[in-house]
Write a protein that binds this ligand. Structure first.
Ligand code: DC
Length: 226
């Protein structure tokens, strides 16, 4: 059967990874969380006291960072490995949330992560979520989705997600963080977040995860069987 590339882009906390993971599971495709890569790079800078605004530190860090994913197909998880260490939990901490968009504006860092992401395209059969996947990473992807949801709903979802991970944060702090990240992500010079011309917008504010999955699988099967 034909294999395709599916891209899911959108603002922070719209449920992109949840959807991408489910679609990949149903189609038996590989899921790649590109945001986790920017988060892992950010974590590396913070942990090693490096400054992403200093060219020397950026070159030094990128020469030492190796990123990989560890998939568990049974429970549907995909954990990021930074130089072999599973940092999936650390990269979701608020101090990483706070800085990741600033790190993601740096051109050299984007070039590094985009090159890593494009390595996945060799075999097709991928679902990748992020901000520039349909515009820059895979401009020829067969199915591109631009996911949106009401801001209030997104705050609530991130709150519940963090609660579920055992992290305590207040809604106001989450709201401010989402606003800040969305602003930086859409206004940066290098590959800002924007809808690809050929992407389909999906507003999932009033959809259950099952409903949105069915819609997307319908679109995917159309492309696969075409
Ligand atoms: O999807 P996420 O919230 O885990 O992404 C974290 C940050 O990484 C996000 O605020 C912007 C950046 N990012 C990006 O610039 N490009 C991507 N393809 C994915 C994420």
């Amino acid at each position: 059967m034909k294999k395709i590339i599916i891209t899911i882009d959108g603002y922070s906390s719209c449920g992109k990874s949840t959807l991408a993971k489910q679609v990949a599971k149903q189609l038996n495709y590989v899921f790649v969380d590109s945001g986790a890569m920017y988060r892992a790079v950010t974590y590396y800078f913070i942990k090693n006291n490096l400054n992403w605004e200093l060219a020397e530190d950026v070159t030094n860090a990128l020469g030492k960072i190796s990123l990989a994913f560890e998939y568990n197909y049974e429970n549907g998880t995909s954990d990021i490995l930074l130089n072999g260490e599973n940092v999936e939990n650390e990269i979701r901490e608020m101090y990483v949330n706070d800085k990741v968009s600033e790190v993601a504006v740096i051109k050299e860092i984007r070039e590094f992560t985009v090159a890593e992401q494009q390595k996945n395209s060799v075999s097709k059969g991928i679902v990748m979520d992020g901000r520039d996947i349909g515009t820059v990473v895979f401009p020829n992807a067969e199915l591109k989705i631009f996911l949106t949801a009401d801001p209030e709903e997104r705050v609530e979802r991130r709150y519940n997600q963090l609660l579920h991970l055992g992290k305590s944060v207040d809604r106001e702090e989450i709201k401010k963080n989402l606003e800040k990240r969305d602003y930086i992500d859409t206004h940066r010079e290098v590959s800002p977040l924007k809808k690809a011309d050929d992407a389909i917008t999906l507003d999932n504010t009033d959809l259950t995860t099952t409903e949105q999955l069915e819609i997307v699988l319908g679109w995917a099967n159309e492309k696969i069987n075409n």
